[in-house]
Design a protein around this ligand. Structure first.
Ligand SMILES: C[S@@+](CC[C@H](N)C(=O)[O-])C[C@H]1O[C@@H](n2cnc3c(N)ncnc32)[C@H](O)[C@@H]1O
Length: 248
């Protein structure tokens, strides 16, 4: 399967976004979480990688929205493995549901380190795999969870770039015991699993919602409580990283 699969999904997602106000509300709360990790006092540009249908920008207008494909609502075409930005010029790189499409995460982190300021930040928002989210991501979503498939931690960017998806990668790399030293040359300053039945039961971009939009505030309240037990109830995660001083 080649990279065109992403563009097919972007077009489908745009249609769902326009017809499903519930999804827009859920994503607004996700964007606020991400923005909570943005330090606006840092000089340099904020760049979103893999913006897809490009909605973060309506909550964070100063972000440069980018993707692999030249869609009219984006600012720039940009590959996360080969950032078209000068060394040390960026304050933030934001990836929403993009990290699990990076076949070689270390190749991305090497390039991110080059383009970011020394005190810059990478912010990731990803699926989190728990006892309750696994059946949903595994059975109802077309992308593999791939909890047992080896993750390629080599540093050169993949060539050719083929479509890749492994929804379990952030959970495995940032939240499993022994993952503390990864990625080399970075400090993880924030790693938060979140319960999100509001999202899981919304049917996302491809399935019908299992609840009425007016129930969302109560479900979100329940999610805030259930986030205390991420192994059971986690469904999303927010990760923030900074380059380590003197790192590789
Ligand atoms: C699941 S979509 C997420 C889109 C958007 N961030 C959102 O949350 O709706 C994954 C996106 O990552 C992009 N992508 C995949 N690999 C990429 C890479 N190497 N560099 C930049 N973007 C990439 C795809 O084109 C796609 O738009």
């Amino acid at each position: 399967m080649n990279l065109g699969q992403h563009q097919t999904e972007i077009e489908r997602n745009r249609r769902a976004w326009e017809s499903k106000p519930l999804l827009r509300e859920i994503y607004a709360s996700f964007y606020q979480r991400i923005i909570g990790l943005v330090d606006r006092s840092l000089p340099g540009r904020i760049v979103e990688i893999g913006s897809g249908i490009g909605n973060l920008k309506s909550h964070l207008p100063e972000a440069i929205s980018t993707d692999l494909f030249p869609n009219p609502w984006l600012d720039l075409v940009c590959d996360g493995y080969e950032l078209p930005f000068a060394d040390g010029s960026l304050s933030h790189l934001i990836l929403f549901d993009v990290f699990h499409h990076l076949q070689r995460p270390n190749a991305f982190f090497r390039e991110a380190r080059r383009a970011l300021r020394k005190d810059g930040r990478v912010i990731l928002f990803e699926p989190f795999i728990s006892w309750s989210s696994l059946p949903v991501y595994g059975l109802l979503h077309h992308e593999p969870v791939a909890l047992r498939r080896p993750i390629d931690l080599s540093e050169p960017a993949p060539n050719p770039r083929n479509y890749y998806a492994a929804q379990g990668n952030a959970t495995r790399l940032f939240f499993r015991r022994g993952s503390g030293a990864w990625p080399p040359g970075w400090n993880v300053f924030h790693a938060e699993p979140l319960s999100s039945f509001g999202y899981l039961l919304s049917g996302g971009f491809s399935k019908p919602a299992m609840y009425r939009g007016r129930w969302l505030p109560q479900i979100q309240r329940m999610d805030r409580s259930l986030s205390r037990w991420p192994r059971l109830f986690g469904a999303r995660c927010l990760v923030g990283l900074r380059p380590a001083a003197g790192g590789v």
